[in-house]
Design a protein around this ligand. Sequence first.
Ligand code: PEP
Length: 246
Amino acid sequence: MGGAIVAGNWKMHGTKQRALRFCQALGRADIRAEVEVVVFPPMAYLSLFAAATGGLAVELGAQDLHPLPEGPRTGDISGAMIAELGGRWALAGHSERRIHHGEDDALVAAKVGAALAAGLKPMLCVGETLEQRQANQAEAVVARQLRAVLDAVGVAWLSQGAIAYEPVWAIGAGVTAAPGQAEAMHGMIREWAASQGAQAVRVLYGGSVNQENAAELFSQPNINGGLVGGASLDAGSFLAIVAAAG
Ligand code: PEP
């Protein structure tokens, strides 16, 4: 298993100027080799990020991709296009896509397969809603989301890619899972993956991670870093979170 990963998901935020300033700040930072840093900018800025982070210990990814390699799918982006623009990763299954774009487990699995076919490392997001947690279904929901993908594409990719546990109720909410609560789910995910034959899995936590709570979350034995939304937009706070994983 590799070291920790800290990934920033810019969602649909930013401008060219902001992206450039962010990359310049990454360039001035001393990123420790044991932390893999990944940024998922808006697709419109992927080329800009690729040009501005060339030579830095930072990998880039896409927030979404289409499951087909090409075709009549207006507005969509293929894995090969992402790779050609400098992307190395692809998010799949982010709750905002599940909720706002109606993505179900089968589509998420197809997207993970498409990422792999294009040579991209998938970062698979899983997580339960508040209602599901309150109904004691959190583990069952996460297990179902994982099973759908692993049944479709196997487990071998997990040693290169990653799983991000992102409780939906903690995303963009300013509320984070308690470290023990997150750790319990991460332990379950790791055990489940091991039972499927995947021993080397990195399981990131996502949901209102910031520079105040990152160190405690990342110190949990089964938390291997984070997927960071809002706090990744500011280079200073993102780099502080990266430092908390080192
Ligand atoms: C995310 O978008 O994956 C995320 C975790 O967002 P936030 O950190 O803003 O909760």
